[in-house]
Design a binder for this molecule. Structure first.
Ligand SMILES: Cc1cc2nc3c(=O)[nH]c(=O)nc-3n(C[C@H](O)[C@H](O)[C@H](O)COP(=O)(O)OP(=O)(O)OC[C@H]3O[C@@H](n4cnc5c(N)ncnc54)[C@H](O)[C@@H]3O)c2cc1C
Length: 391
């Protein structure tokens, strides 16, 4: 295993960085660096710039518009974009639904839906979780029944990220009763403007509107708006959730944020000296950097193994745990570096106009989510206990 980058990789990094610096709108970058989600318009502008360059879908096969990159190039691309403050890819369509359609979709779904995902003509959201069906996802109770040539859907989804901005939702629903709860599930493709859908916001602890409840009341869609075969939805859901692995640790993002932490610690004077001269705080920064380096090396080991053709192993679960913990620890250190300013003056209402100090506190609270979504860290540990220790 060779973890050093060769000349080709170094040239690739430089090419990507030059492109990002020349094409990413400064306002979008500023918003990402403050920890805010870029809005749909900003993401679309950025995505279309990438599409024009041929880089719109790094992980897709060439025949669907991918650039034909190796797993190493894809990793480097993601990392450079994160470091530079570019908006992340629209994950639900691009990294979740698209691979499933490529493998299990009809030729018509592939021909119609993939280009629309690539260009963000359709903004997709993911309707999997429900009250009482999160970690235990197969317990979903939203039901769909066939009525002639239509599915009729009733039930509720929860925590649906950006449902309020989405055009379409892919939903895991129960279409048959079966002895095993993993059987009888299907994935349906539903337009968000279908009559009978209600979206209700959930305001998270940072004051942001990112997630929603989505209710379905006799919602009707065409019988053809299903992925693959009815009743096989659990297999497709597992494929969908396991597909994208290399970016899971968010190394680029943590690298960028530790850089910001160091700048802040250098510029902040506390007790008559720069915060970075405070041995306790300096030790904290050093520990975060050591953690980051370990995470990066583990990621590179996984990327190197995947590049050599090995199947994905338990590293992905380790990376999810350590990557999310590091993101949270760095955000906490940045908030602590701001000190009382992070609570803000009362006239600072937060939101998109928040001062950098208040934005740091919002990010700290917002990042509680990263150890929950995509399979909580406890669930990741369970998987590791089973796969590595045989427990
Ligand atoms: C910000 C955010 C965005 C999200 N976006 C989406 C989205 O777009 N679409 C979507 O479908 N879902 C989304 N989710 C839902 C997410 O996938 C679930 O929250 C997650 O799977 C956990 O499920 P739960 O919330 O039902 O918690 P529960 O499953 O009820 O778990 C509660 C607690 O118990 C622990 N726990 C549960 N089972 C076990 C076990 N067997 N062993 C040990 N500990 C256990 C969990 O780790 C957790 O700490 C999002 C969640 C968040 C927070």
């Amino acid at each position: 295993m060779n973890l050093d980058f060769d000349d080709e990789a170094i040239a690739f990094i430089a090419e990507v960085r030059t492109f990002v610096r020349a094409n990413l709108a400064p306002e979008t970058k500023a918003r990402v660096l403050l920890g805010h989600l870029p809005d749909r318009e900003e993401r679309t502008v950025w995505q279309r710039a990438l599409v024009a360059r041929g880089w719109g879908a790094p992980a897709w096969p060439v025949e669907h518009g991918g650039p034909g990159w190796s797993v190493v190039q894809r990793y480097l691309f993601d990392e450079v974009l994160s470091e530079e403050g570019a908006p992340s890819a629209p994950v639900f369509g691009m990294s979740m639904l698209a691979p499933v359609l490529m493998r299990y979709g009809t030729p018509e779904q592939v021909a119609v839906l993939l280009p629309r995902i690539l260009n963000i003509d359709d903004w997709w959201c993911q309707g999997f979780s429900e009250p009482n069906a999160g970690s235990d996802l197969a317990a979903v109770r939203t039901r769909a029944r066939l009525d002639g040539d239509e599915w009729v859907i009733n039930g509720q989804k929860i925590w649906t990220t950006l449902a309020h901005q989405a055009d379409r939702i892919f939903c895991l629903v129960r279409t048959e009763d079966a002895p095993k709860k993993q059987e009888g599930l299907s994935i349906l493709l539903i337009s968000m403007d279908a009559p009978g859908i209600t979206v209700k916001p959930i305001i998270t602890i940072d004051g942001a509107h990112e997630v929603n409840e989505v209710f379905f009341d006799e919602v009707r869609i065409s019988a053809g708006d299903i992925v693959g075969e009815a009743g096989k939805g659990w297999d497709y859901a597992k494929y969908l959730l396991g597909h994208e692995r290399t970016g899971i640790a968010r190394v680029g993002q943590s690298k960028r944020e530790i850089g910001r932490l160091k700048e802040l610690a250098a510029a902040t004077v506390r007790g008559g000296r720069a915060l970075r001269e405070d041995p306790v705080f300096a030790n904290r920064i050093a520990s975060l950097e050591v953690e980051l380096r370990a995470l990066e090396l583990t990621t590179l080991r996984m990327v190197s193994a995947l590049h050599a053709g090995a199947p994905p192993g338990p590293e992905a679960n380790i990376l999810k745990i350590r990557g999310s913990e590091l993101q949270q620890d760095v955000a906490e250190a940045i908030m602590d570096a701001w000190g009382g300013a992070a609570f803000g003056p009362t006239e600072d209402a937060g939101g998109l106009e928040a001062s950098p100090a208040v934005a740091a506190a919002m990010t700290y609270f917002n990042l509680r989510k990263v150890s929950i979504y995509g399979g909580s860290n406890e669930i990741q540990r369970n998987i590791l206990a089973r796969s590595l220790l045989g427990l």
